[in-house]
Design a protein around this ligand. Sequence first.
Ligand SMILES: [Cu+2]
Length: 462
Amino acid sequence: MTTQFRYLCRYGVSLMLAVVCLGSTSVWAASATLSTNSINISSGETGSFTISGNDDGVDQFQFRWDIPSGLSFSKGSSSNLNKFEIDYEKMRIKVETDAQGSFSATINISASSDGNFTLVNTRAEINLNPADIAVIVGGGSGGSTGDSGGTSGGTTGDTGSTGGTTGDTGGTTTGSADHTFYISSGQVDITASPDTGNGATSLPIWGYTNVSGGAGRVPGPIIEMVEGQTVTVEVVNNHNRNHNFVVQGMSLDTTAISPGSSRTYTLNATRSGVFMYSDTLANGVNQALGLLGAVIVRPSAGSNRAWANAPAADHQRLWVITDMDVPRWNNVANGGGSVNTGTYRPNYFLMNGMNGFQAMGDAATNLEGNVGDMFLVRIVNAGQFDQSLHFHSNHFRVISKDGNRYGQFVWQDTINVKAGSTAMVLYQLNQPGHYPMHVHTAQMETGNGVYLNGTAAMIIAH
Ligand SMILES: [Cu+2]
């Protein structure tokens, strides 16, 4: 059977071809597995995983993973491959079999700093389950934290009783949760406009981080789950005010975590999608200061899809957008004052915690690939203003809003994402070139009045 024919079988739509395809199912006797889907290393150490299996000796099969920033990769041993690439330009790993029977590829991973990462599988032409690889660097160790924290954490589990009470700084973790988040102050560095040199500054924020003793960040760490999975998140309050951790549609416990203490939450991923988490206390001040983030739930079969039967994507992106009234909210709250929540006039508009010029140079934010590549973009508006996102170059399909999956996808070129809501779209690169994704309220394209330093990203097709 020729390659073209196999292609038609795989993607075939015509009834006549379907009959031919049905007659040749034996060629699908191919298999592939991963040596592991979870790697724990210390920073500076090297770990690895191997994909191996059998192709059918007729056709080549491809596997791809997106490279998350923060990890370094190198090729290990391999056999019977047509392609084996670690491509930092396209930020992906590509393995293609050579129709020689058994094949294998070992990929080495290292990192210079701690964090939790996921290698998201974006293509698996032989079914892989699981297909994503979680990489935990430095984390995972239980135990003590906090410089002057008090007594050890109590029991946790389903009902999430609190950790031990304590001193002013540093709570103590139980060390048994799947993720540990720390609440702390931090800053967002805004870079200058390359055109005018104006606009560089740093904004005081409060945020979640998964680095013990680290500064809070905006957005907080992404929690990635698979449908049907349950994870626990212990949240340690290293800040000087009460905070909480609420996940839309997954965990509605609004109990305050007092300074120096912690609380554990159990998240059940009953349905794939994208969900916002945030601190809901203090009339929105805590969230506006930066205590927000996202949970991604992927289907258990087909991690390159929004849900089990949704169309496949070559790449996946998460866009968390926020706005901040820095003079009236961030500066006042962070200075220990009380914010007049009756007035909110945001002057910064961030994309994944970055100003526009940073975001437009960020590989994990931009839609960059080859003509024909399909992007699944998960959008979370964690700000207080609605935002209209306009993608240039091509229309896109809105496939869900606020978790409501559209049976019939809607073609649009602009999507209004309301404050506190989520959406998922499929965007395909259709012509070579550089194109903007920007928002359609002029002020939101700025950072304190500096043009194009607001909410933006690039669309780059090769
Ligand atoms: Cu536009």
